[in-house]
Design a protein around this ligand. Structure first.
Ligand code: GAL
Length: 353
């Protein structure tokens, strides 16, 4: 009897504390990742899998502790979006040693064999879409261009910049744009394809570190240094929504700025309100539901010992990581209702129209 009770107790304890899938996201401080958490929870409501979501609060040490805790709970699959692409390598190697399958989520983990799959949006296309949007709104020659980038520790910052540069560089070289705030980018203005080092040089100069405060002070500093003739109607490559809002706020306070076009990314609610109000010109909608669905399907297949089909592949410096990729969509004032409300992504009542 005692033995049976003990066995039942063990079984109970195991089913309460065991997790099949562990999810580690970079930080709760950026709305993008809170969106992902919500969408994961929605998608997993009706499954039998036990899942735990942990946030790393922009700390590789915390990220490692999170993964350790999940391994101790017996996870079989780890879905992880790294804070720092290089620092996360050792962390996922630890998971792999424990027999856990690793899915790099949205951001690729670099320089390791311990990434089994990559679930991502088409990040180069995000940058191209931002570049194209700016170009489509230019008139004549010599349009002032201000550029900003994401964090150097995030591989996506390179992919976004690569896509934007592909579109902008020929028009910087031909004089459609006059690049105002990056001497490093000006050095490369004749070069359409940049090496990683060249990109790192530029991104290092124009980085926001994905931080709204850094973005704002960088924009203010650029405006203080630039001449009146570098103002008027201007074009701003901002890498995502949080940074776009703070850069837009800085530009709209400058009396010599008559009009600005600013890009964004993520379709964060606060930025969609900015788009509706005409304070941010566009955002790139990444339907997080797709990424969540792909990673859960992938995790389920791995739990069942099946081999998933992939649609792309990305080199992480050590291996070509098989990837499942989702498309992105540009959102402007003209299509915001159709893309975000009619699709059921947000509610009409979430915004002031
Ligand atoms: C990127 C991500 C973007 C954006 C940014 C800042 O890696 O793809 O959607 O949120 O990080 O967190």
């Amino acid at each position: 009897m005692k033995k049976i009770l003990l066995a039942l107790l063990l079984l109970f304890t195991f089913s309460v504390f065991a997790a099949d899938i562990g999810i580690v996201l970079p930080t709760k401080d950026e709305p993008r990742w809170v969106q992902d958490e919500t969408r994961f929870k929605d998608a997993l409501k009706d499954t039998d899998y036990s899942v735990e979501v942990l946030f790393s609060q922009s700390s590789p040490a915390r990220e490692r502790e999170n993964v350790e805790a999940l391994i101790a709970k017996g996870i079989k699959v780890l879905i992880i979006c790294p804070h720092d692409a290089v620092a996360a390598a050792a962390t996922v190697e630890m998971a792999q040693k424990a027999g856990v399958k690793v899915i790099s989520y949205d951001r690729l983990i670099l320089n390791t064999n311990a990434v089994d799959y990559f679930v991502t949006f088409d990040s180069v296309e995000v940058g191209r879409a931002q570049g194209r949007f700016l170009l489509e709104n230019t008139y004549g020659a010599s349009n002032p261009l201000y550029i900003y980038a994401g964090a150097l520790s995030d591989n996506n910052s390179f992919l976004f910049f690569q896509g934007a540069w592909e579109v902008l560089q020929p028009r910087i070289a031909s004089g459609t744009f006059r690049l105002i705030n990056s001497s490093e980018a000006l050095k490369q203005k004749a070069k359409s394809t940049l090496t990683r080092e060249e990109m790192a040089g530029i991104i290092g100069q124009i980085t926001t570190n994905w931080d709204m405060t850094v973005a704002r002070s960088k924009a203010e500093d650029n405006l203080t240094r630039s001449k009146k003739t570098d103002k008027g109607t201007v074009f701003i490559l901002a890498p995502n929504d949080g940074t776009a809002r703070s850069i837009a706020d800085a530009f709209s306070k400058d009396r010599d700025i008559k009009q600005y076009y600013v890009t964004g990314q993520d379709a964060e609610k606060a930025s969609i309100q900015y788009v509706i109000d005409g304070r941010q010109s566009m955002s790139v909608f990444k339907d997080v539901r797709l990424l969540v669905k792909d990673s859960i399907n992938l995790a389920q297949m791995l739990l069942q010992g099946k081999t998933p089909t992939t649609t792309a592949s990305y080199s992480n410096g050590t291996k070509n990581v098989p990837a499942i990729q989702s498309e992105i969509q540009v959102v402007t004032k003209d299509n915001v209702k159709k893309v975000l409300i009619d699709s059921g992504y947000y509610k009409e009542s979430d915004f002031r129209w």
